[in-house]
Design a binder for this molecule. Sequence first.
Ligand SMILES: [Zn+2]
Length: 295
Amino acid sequence: MSSLWPAGPRRVLVVGIDGVRLDLLPELHTPNLDAVAANGFLAPVEVDDATPTMSGPCWATITTGVTVAKHGVLGNHLGGNRLDVFPDFTTRLATVHRRRTFAVGGWEPLFLARQGGPLFAAPGRLSYVGPLEDTPEAWEVCDERVTTEAVTVLTGDDDPQATFVYLGAPDETAHFVGCGTEYRRSVEAADVRLGRLLAALESRPGYAAEQWTVIVVTDHGHVDQGGHGGRSPVERTAWVAACGPDLVPGGEVLPVRHVDVAAHVYAALQIVPDPHWTLDGRPFTPVTTLEPAAS
Ligand SMILES: [Zn+2]
């Protein structure tokens, strides 16, 4: 099979930013997100009818590539889930494909055996960097430390092939004080952190030969006064931005759903999903060159 893209080593970075409203993005200064979108796309995602507009179910769908009907995460308590059958991509890639993977963030149920977690059960490397207290300020400090840890790993000897970085401050800020000035500042701070992560990739000695896919994704929106879980358009509207091999700027992109994120991660690493995984997602692009994994 041939591909338009050079055959350099493939790597994927997924940056999950919790609770970022799509409708506010045009008013905010987010040059790094804009750069990802300009090199690929930024598309709205509608949280489907069966999925609560809650962080737990949405992040489970994003990282497993299957819907709540399969992964069974129905709320922010992850108990009763079926993640052993439908693992997140960092776990599946590490355990099935022996790929180096990494997940980092500060929200307990994603990373720790708390509240029925963790979602990230067995990545090759996992860092939990939690907030020291439950305040918007502490969450900004937490996300800053998460970013520093991610930069260290992304530029270090581990060389993860697939990485998930979780930034939670915008969501926490909206819950505390609504979607006003402080929330908007928090989204812009998350964009600065995205910029640090992108700069880390570009600083890698082998960067020029590498084929990086970058996916930035949010899980749900927020009502103006802060809060989500309902079915209003601002709560149900999420988004995905991505760039990388097979994603041509301005090129054709299928309607994007949360289940497509993990599917695109596998495609970006040229891994053909096993039919037994019963992925509900598909890569973002209509045609992607896939080759059997030579791992
Ligand atoms: Zn959330």
